[in-house]
Write a protein of this length. Structure first.
Lengths: 413, 297
């Protein structure tokens, strides 16, 4: 009898807890009387909330959790600065993190639905292209603006005008970078392209890079680099077997570094004929490829060597925490998102009043799609929901990004 | 119903179905991961039929399930006699093959996949209808002579053969049935998430489902029903600071269960005990009720 009683109590408790937890909880709504009063007093402009809470879908678990950690690192720094300076419209700011997992569509949808249940003004993230594809449609349907992150241009454009892409127009940027590379390293007739078929974003960049090569009548040979490759020797041998004049690397940084090492071991020395894509410069690349990368080119759409004091400050903190200067975009993405939100809310005088939720959401969407703000790298413009940046073509010097060429996008138009 | 609750119920039902696909074939000692690959077929074909051919959902559903079943026959014929380990490896390979095929077929969107899948009204009811249907099917199977035959095959194949059980045919039939269930889960998943990308149907999915079934218990169909909602809900219950420990919790639960209760939390012994306890409790209650009435009377 005792066992039955205990089992019944345990099962009932579990059931009740589950229902309470999944029911979405009580929404942050005031008592009816208070609301009426606030609406009256709010007189258009007064802030209704005591604290701004922004939900953010982030990669907290799985093999890409490192990205999420960097995202949180940058956001925490922005929160610290913004709150020290009086918050947004005089109210403190907080980010509530939701785990979207790594390439986990179900988890991404669960995270987004939990965020949307709280009736947010906007959502930060999701981060990976898998999550963006799975979860952003929910936000779009609810009329909530989504600041999606790593998703490349074609993915982000699917949901326009309801999303802000913190990745710039990588199609035009990739083409511009290749145009410049072909100009500074002339005479190439055949280029091997290392691609990552697992990633829709990288494949769309690779496609743009190839189209720029074809514009110059350069033949391309694509070689897929699976994430789980152990021995990169055969890939290097296959590439060399094509007798190429140059090589483009649009794949994961670890793979890029290992292939370059293998190519060098097999006699390749002409590094200027290597072009690395924008996601490459992360610690794995520098650590694995040390001594083999100098004189190669890397194209990016932000400048990790920026002298902007805010970036310097973040980079310094990053070095203190992680042992290397910040180069990967996730570290400044959360930071810039929060500063853009701050500017948007202050310019539009957002109140956070639930009675105005719909109109404020629309105002935020319209504002964010075409605006400018002080990003961590300086003044930045957003046009039609996409961040505008010129392409930057770096040369690698002493195992880090060195001299830079600023390439206007219209070079490849 | 709140959005998160809706997706919680919807995804839980799909995961239970997937858990059952592993459970059902494991009744004869084979661990078949092909339903995940067939799930991809169901998801892609139904989405394609709706998006490109403009078919109604019901027709796309039927088409995808039939194609899934037909496809399930191909590996089933080859793997019918395979020992458990060979089947695990071969069907994991099948998942990778399927991912690669869909990634490289341009009309399925390549690495970018298919998107813009329309929202289906009453999908939750359809999903739970399918869940109940498969639940009844498996329950009937378990309590029929086929279920008893499966028990013997699980224990000793040689003995089963001497008793006249055609193990090959049995395995092929079960693989096709689980393939059908996988295809149904795929269609429902595609119309729940409303985009389809090859990476959805990969190893992480398989690991999650395997955890649900091995923690819940692989000797009865009830383990998956009870433990899938709990395990899937853990990250939602946990405060945000603990969310990062989801995989750790899964790992500990899996290891703990395998060490302490190798057949999972809900095994047949537990069910027998539960049944006895419930009967005993009812008898006790009715006995006391009668006594009480006698006293009052």
């Amino acid at each position: 009898m005792k066992v039955i009683k205990l089992t019944c109590i345990a099962l009932t408790t579990m059931l009740i807890s589950a229902f309470l937890c999944f029911s979405g909880g009580g929404k942050d709504e005031p008592a009816p009387g208070v609301e009426e009063e606030e609406v009256e007093v709010a007189a258009e402009d007064d802030v209704w909330v005591d604290e701004w809470i922004f939900p953010s879908s982030n990669i907290i678990t799985g093999v890409s959790a490192y990205h999420g950690m960097l995202n949180e690192f940058g956001a925490d720094m922005a929160l610290e600065e913004i709150n020290e300076a009086g918050g947004i419209r005089g109210k403190p700011v907080r980010v509530r993190w939701y785990d979207e997992g790594t390439q986990d569509s179900a988890r991404a949808v669960a995270a987004m639905s939990s965020m949307l249940d709280r009736d947010p003004l906007l959502v930060m993230g999701p981060c990976s292209d898998v999550s963006v594809r799975a979860a952003v449609p929910l936000a779009v349907e609810e009329g909530v603006y989504s600041m999606c992150t790593l998703a490349g241009y074609p993915v982000a454009r699917e949901f326009a005008p309801n999303t802000l892409s913190f990745v710039a127009n990588d199609r035009d940027q990739a083409r511009a970078a290749v145009y410049k590379w072909v100009e500074v390293v002339p005479g190439m007739k055949k280029v091997v392209h290392f691609t990552a078929p697992q990633s829709g974003t990288w494949m769309s960049i690779a496609k743009a890079e190839n189209s720029a090569l074809h514009d110059h009548d350069i033949e391309t040979v694509d070689i897929a680099v699976p994430y789980d490759t152990i021995n990169y020797g055969p890939i290097a041998v296959r590439a060399l077997g094509e007798n190429p004049d140059g090589m483009i690397f649009t794949s994961h940084p670890e793979g890029i570094a290992k292939i370059i090492v293998e190519l060098h071991k097999r006699g390749w020395t002409d590094n200027p004929k290597f072009l690395l894509s924008q996601a490459a410069p992360v610690p794995e690349l520098w650590q694995i490829g040390e001594g083999y990368l100098d004189d190669s080119y890397v194209w990016m759409w932000y400048d990790p060597n920026s002298t902007n004091p805010r970036w310097q400050n973040l980079s310094k903190r990053h070095e203190e925490s992680f042992g290397s200067p910040a180069t990967f975009m996730m570290v400044w993405k959360g930071y810039d998102e929060l500063y853009l939100i701050k500017k948007c809310f202050e310019d539009l005088k957002i109140t956070g009043n639930p009675a105005k939720l719909k109109e404020e959401r629309i105002a935020i969407k319209n504002y964010m799609n075409n605006c400018s703000f002080e990003s961590i790298f300086g003044h930045m413009k957003v046009v039609d929901g996409v961040r505008l940046n010129p392409t930057l073509l770096f040369t690698i010097e002493n195992n880090r990004l060195g001299e830079v060429l600023v390439v206007p996008l219209d070079i490849a138009m | 119903m709140s959005l998160s609750l809706y997706y919680y119920f919807q995804l839980t039902a799909i995961f239970i179905m997937l858990g059952w696909t592993l459970y059902w074939i494991y009744r004869i000692g084979q661990l078949n991961n092909a339903p995940i690959a067939i799930m991809a077929i169901g998801a892609y074909l139904s989405s394609y039929a709706v998006l490109k051919w403009g078919w109604p959902f019901a027709a796309a559903f039927a088409f995808a399930v039939i194609c899934g079943a037909v496809f399930a026959v191909i590996p089933a014929l080859g793997l019918g006699r395979a020992p458990a380990f060979a089947m695990v490896i071969a069907t994991i390979a099948l998942i990778f093959i399927m991912q690669t095929v869909f990634r490289n077929l341009p009309w399925f969107g390549g690495a970018l996949g298919l998107f813009g899948i329309p929202k289906i009204k009453n999908l939750l009811w359809i999903t739970y209808g399918c869940l109940i249907f498969f639940g009844i099917l498996i329950y009937r199977f378990d309590h029929s002579r086929l279920g008893r035959a499966a028990d013997i095959v699980f224990e000793d194949r040689d003995v089963a053969s001497t008793l006249g059980i055609n193990i090959y045919l049995f395995s092929v039939c079960l693989q096709v049935m689980t393939g059908v269930m996988g295809a149904v889960a795929g269609v429902l998943y595609a119309f729940t998430i409303r985009t389809v990308i090859p990476v959805y149907f990969g190893f992480p999915f398989l690991l999650a489902i395997t955890t649900f079934i091995f923690v819940g218990g692989y000797t009865t169909m009830w383990g998956v029903i009870v433990f899938t909602p709990i395990l899937w809900g853990i990250p939602l219950i946990l405060p945000e600071s603990f969310a990062a420990y989801r995989n750790f919790i899964y790992g500990v639960l899996l290891m703990g269960t395998l060490l302490l209760r190798s057949e999972g939390a809900i095994d047949r012994r537990f069910l027998r005990w539960l049944r006895k306890s419930v009967v005993y409790a009812f008898e006790e209650i009715s006995h006391r009720w009668k006594k009480l009435r006698q006293i009052r009377g």
